[in-house]
Design a protein around this ligand. Structure first.
Ligand code: DQA
Length: 166
């Protein structure tokens, strides 16, 4: 893990092109919550799990690639909503392939239920896990998935007691 003793592990949330328009952009598909709302939910979940969330949004693939390079020695995990880069961003793929920690691919919508060109994810082969189609709920869930992959999630709540047959 990349956190030094005494420091909280960092999870890096990356947001690709056009996601800064969430809240205004195709609300029937992406909902009315803004990117700030999603980042706040992810930050809260990270804090609950003893992690620190950093977020970067860019419309430029090179900025995201450089952020992945910077995460290599600094961040314990990456959550990435690559937006349209998901479908053609091979340099983002290659950067993530060179990253050692868990990578959680995240989508608000379910691209597999949409236009055929969205059915291919070039990030999926370098993602440890993928979450799609859960709307904004996917943001805290992706952070939880990252924590689980890092072994940081506290023990799940015990199952409720089964009613006795007596
Ligand atoms: C998206 C799905 C992509 O196909 C699309 O290009 C996006 C958002 C999602 O979160 O559902 O911009 O990644």
């Amino acid at each position: 893990m990349t956190a030094t003793p005494g420091q909280q592990p960092i999870v890096l949330l990356l947001s690709g092109p056009n996601l800064e328009l969430l809240g205004q952009r195709q609300p029937l598909i992406y909902g009315t919550s803004t990117l700030s709302d999603h980042v706040a939910a992810a930050t809260q979940e990270a804090s609950r799990l003893g992690m620190v969330l950093e977020h970067l949004q860019s419309d430029s693939e090179s900025v995201l690639v450089e952020a992945v390079h910077g995460a290599r020695t600094r961040c314990a995990a990456i959550v990435v909503n690559g937006a349209a880069l998901t479908h053609y961003g091979w340099s983002l793929h290659d950067a993530l392939a060179a990253y050692d920690g868990p990578v959680v691919e995240l989508h608000i919508s379910n691209p597999n239920l949409r236009e055929p060109w969205r059915h291919t994810s070039v990030l999926a082969p370098v993602a440890t896990a993928s979450i799609a189609g859960l709307g904004g709920h996917g943001y805290p869930l992706a952070v939880l998935a990252a924590a689980r992959l890092l072994g940081l999630d506290p023990a799940p709540a015990p199952a409720p007691p089964v009613a006795s047959a007596e």
